[in-house]
Write a protein that binds this ligand. Structure first.
Ligand code: COA
Length: 374
């Protein structure tokens, strides 16, 4: 028997939700190229596509958007709960702990019932952005901004976070970022979600566990760290030296490399284009990010290490007025539909995950009482 460390290259499911060709830099959701969806669709329509396997009819779409918007408000008991959490708690920890509590307000409890799938999806898509924005305001001792139902999904989130209405362009760009983060085959957090659903735990537990998995710095936590790495750089001239020092000390360059993409991550190319659309070319962070990518790529391309989506997402979010501490939560709110799509798909032929191990410890070892342990 052999151990497949990190399960690299081991298929654990058959799935029709998304497809990656890591050699060619292709990403498709339900067979539709990501570039096409970013150009022509919107985040809620893409969420529907991922979870239900087809683009919605106009009536289905209107109903879905209405059901999500009807869930934007969170119960006052949740706000009370948020107010009792220490203010320096990381937003991902807050999210991970609040999501299971949201299940208390969902009457559809049975994970095998389609009604649970629809109601947990629409409730989580509606309430998670409000929880994130409420936590941002509470942690800064500011008043919570109530959701504005007239705004688009992306605009409303930016409004609740910032306290001022975004421009249409900002709302559209943010919505496209959510599309880019909505799904990405079986990565660590999605695998976590399906392991949890295989026990027949409900979708709230699956999403909450996936949030914990996403929070690590090798996964969703990278975007926040990229921002800190770039914002610490004073001048573009310092960049080659900084990168060489990092590589010499075997430090990972955050926002670079991917287990699957061995060429440009198509999401990174799209997000860079959006950044170029919205940023002032003289913006300090923008200039540093562009130069850093150029120099790091020169050093790492030989090893097929390219910038991933997290390299530019933080820089873009900073221009949209989202604080760095909240970048990974934005990733989480976008990935809800991807996680739920996989949980729903996995349940069709559910098998409880129970891998095995190769034991390499001792046997028949005598117990030593505490006073004799030395
Ligand atoms: N910076 C510098 N070197 C890197 C690197 C990075 N970001 N990513 C991989 N490498 C190097 C490793 O040091 C290793 O070099 P070696 O063979 O000389 O020891 C080689 O590439 C392979 O590394 P490995 O960890 O086996 O590759 P992986 O495919 O498992 O790594 C990641 C994938 C994402 C974990 C890795 O690229 C990484 O840590 N990136 C930074 C974090 C990040 O941006 N995460 C977001 C992913 S979307």
């Amino acid at each position: 028997m052999e151990v497949y460390s990190g399960l690299a290259g081991i298929p654990v499911v058959k799935s029709s939700i998304s497809y990656i060709d890591g050699q060619k830099g292709i990403l498709e959701y339900r067979g539709i190229p990501i570039e096409e969806l970013v150009e022509k669709s919107n985040f809620l329509e893409v969420s529907y596509l991922l979870v239900f396997g087809k683009l919605p009819s106009q009536r289905e779409y209107d109903e879905f958007v209405c059901d999500v918007k009807n869930n934007l408000q969170i119960d006052s008991s949740i706000i009370k709960f948020l107010k009792d959490i220490p203010k320096d708690t990381h937003p991902m920890k807050v999210l991970q702990s609040i999501i299971p509590v949201l299940s208390a307000y969902d009457p559809n409890k049975d994970v095998l019932d389609e009604k649970h799938h629809y109601s947990s999806l629409t409730r989580l898509l509606g309430q998670v952005p409000t929880v994130i924005a409420a936590w941002k305001r509470i942690s800064e001792n500011k008043d919570i901004i109530e959701p504005d139902f007239r705004l688009s999904y992306g605009e409303n989130f930016l409004y609740m976070i910032r306290g001022e209405k975004p421009t249409k362009k900002e709302g559209d760009i943010f919505d496209k970022c959510l599309i880019l983060h909505a799904e990405h085959t079986i990565n660590a957090s999605t695998f976590t979600a399906i392991v949890v659903v295989s026990t027949l735990a409900d979708f709230y537990s699956c999403v909450s566990s996936a949030v914990g998995s996403l929070s690590g710095r090798l996964h969703g936590g990278a975007n926040e760290r990229v921002y800190y790495m770039l914002s610490q750089i004073d001048k573009t001239e310092d960049i080659p030296n900084i990168i060489d020092q990092k590589l010499k000390s075997k430090e990972r360059i955050m926002g670079f490399g991917h287990r699957v993409y061995k060429t440009h991550d198509p999401r990174a190319l799209l997000i860079k284009r959006m950044l170029q659309e919205i940023s002032d070319r003289e913006n300090r962070l923008y200039k540093i990010a562009i130069e850093f990518e150029k120099v790091a790529l020169k050093r790492l391309k030989e090893k097929k290490i390219y910038p991933n989506i997290d390299f530019y997402s933080g820089v873009l979010y900073s221009l949209l007025g989202i604080p760095p501490l909240f970048y990974t939560s934005v990733f989480a709110m976008a990935r809800i539909s991807g996680w739920i799509a996989h949980c729903k798909e996995y349940l069709k032929e559910n098998k409880l995950f129970r891998p095995t191990q190769i034991y390499d410890g001792g046997h028949n070892i005598k117990y030593i009482p505490p006073e004799k342990r030395g």
